[in-house]
Design a binder for this molecule. Structure first.
Ligand code: NAP
Length: 267
C-alpha cells in the first residue's frame, strides 16, 4: 500500500466540486498525494456526493479493498458519515487513527442461463422482477428446500447496509450493517384464490443460499436490478444468491454513528 496516497471519487454537482476543491487543498497541505486515476494501492478512498456516489465509487472501481469514507453532499447520504463542515476534524481523527473499521458484506448472485453462467455483486440489493411491468412467477428455494411458488412484481434480496434503501421502502426490516445475513423481501406479492405468496420479508443467516427459478414462461420475461442498474438475461434458468466474500471496509469516526444517523435520516 502506498502511504499517503488518497483516491477521491466524486460526482460533478456544483456543491460537490466546491467540497472536492476544499478537501484537495487540505489534503495537500497535510502532505497527502491525490491519485489522478483510481489507484488500488491507495490507503483510503474518499467518496463525495450521496449514497449514489458511494455505490458508483465501489462498482466502477471493481470493489476495491482499501477502506472508504464518504463526505455527504447528496440528498440522503446514509453511507456518507462526514459533512463538508467536518473535513478538518475528520482529517485530524484520520491522522490520529482515531476511528474504527466496519466490514459490510456484499451479495453475490450467480445467474445461470441455458448456455452460460454470470456472476454479479451488489452492495444494496439484487431484484428479480417481471419485464415491462408484468408479474413474474418463480419457485423460491432456501438451501435447496422449496419454500414457495411466488407470483408478484418480483423478489428483492438485500444486504444489511442495503436494508435502509429500497428494502426499507418495501416495508423490510432495518438490519444492523455488520450482521452476516440476507433479507428476502417480496415486491407486491399476489395473494388470491389463484396465487399464494409470502407477504412478509424473511431474514436468513449469511451462509444461506436463496435460489429463484422463474417458471418457463418468464425465462425471457424477467429483469435483474442490481443496486439500481438493470440487467437482462436470455434463457434464464435460475439465480443463486449468497453472501459474497467481498466486503466494504467503512471507516467510522463517531461512536454510535449508526443510531444517530438512523434517527437523523429517517425520523
Ligand atoms: P438513487 O436515486 O441513486 O437512490 C435513491 C435513494 O436511495 C437516494 O435518496 C439514495 O441516497 C438512497 N439510498 C441508496 N442507497 C441507500 C442505502 N444503503 N441506505 C439508505 N438510502 C440509500 O437510485 P438508483 O440509482 O436507481 O439506485 C440506487 C439505490 O437506490 C438502489 O440500490 C436502491 O436501493 C435505491 N432505490 C430506492 C427506491 C425506493 O426506495 N423506492 C427506488 C429505487 C432505488 P442519496 O440521495 O444520498 O443518493
Amino acid at each position: 500500500m502506498k502511504r499517503k496516497l488518497i483516491n477521491i471519487v466524486a460526482n460533478t454537482n456544483f456543491e460537490t466540486r466546491k467540497v472536492r476543491q476544499d478537501l484537495e487543498d487540505k489534503l495537500i497541505k497535510r502532505d497527502y498525494k491525490i491519485s489522478k486515476t483510481f489507484d488500488h494501492e491507495a490507503e483510503l478512498t474518499i467518496s463525495i456526493g450521496g449514497d449514489g456516489a458511494f455505490l458508483k465509487a465501489i462498482h466502477n472501481n471493481r470493489f476495491p479493498r482499501m477502506p472508504i469514507v464518504g463526505i455527504n453532499t447528496g440528498t440522503l447520504g446514509f453511507f456518507q458519515e462526514i459533512s463538508p463542515e467536518e473535513i478538518d476534524e475528520f482529517l485530524d481523527l484520520y491522522e490520529n487513527r482515531d476511528y474504527y473499521e466496519e466490514q459490510s458484506y456484499m451479495l453475490r448472485a450467480d445467474v445461470y442461463t441455458k448456455n452460460r453462467k454470470f456472476t454479479l455483486h451488489a452492495i444494496n440489493e439484487v431484484i428479480l422482477k417481471g419485464k415491462d411491468s408484468k408479474i413474474i412467477q418463480m419457485a423460491v428455494e432456501i438451501d435447496e428446500n422449496h419454500l414457495q411458488n411466488f407470483a408478484g412484481d418480483g423478489i428483492m434480496v438485500s444486504t444489511p447496509i442495503g436494508s435502509t434503501a429500497y428494502n426499507f421502502s418495501l416495508g423490510g426490516a432495518i438490519v444492523y450493517s455488520t450482521l452476516e445475513s440476507l433479507q428476502m423481501t417480496p415486491i407486491a406479492p399476489l395473494n388470491s384464490r389463484a396465487y399464494r405468496s409470502l407477504k412478509s420479508p424473511i431474514i436468513v443467516p449469511g451462509q444461506t443460499k436463496i435460489s429463484l427459478k422463474p417458471t418457463s414462461r418468464y425465462r425471457n420475461g424477467s429483469l435483474f436490478v442490481v443496486d439500481g442498474s438493470e440487467k437482462e438475461f436470455w434463457d434464464l434458468l435460475r439465480v443463486d444468491i449468497t453472501m459474497s466474500n467481498k466486503y466494504i471496509r467503512r471507516l467510522v469516526f463517531k461512536k454510535d454513528f449508526y443510531w444517530h444517523n438512523l434517527k437523523d435520516k429517517f425520523l
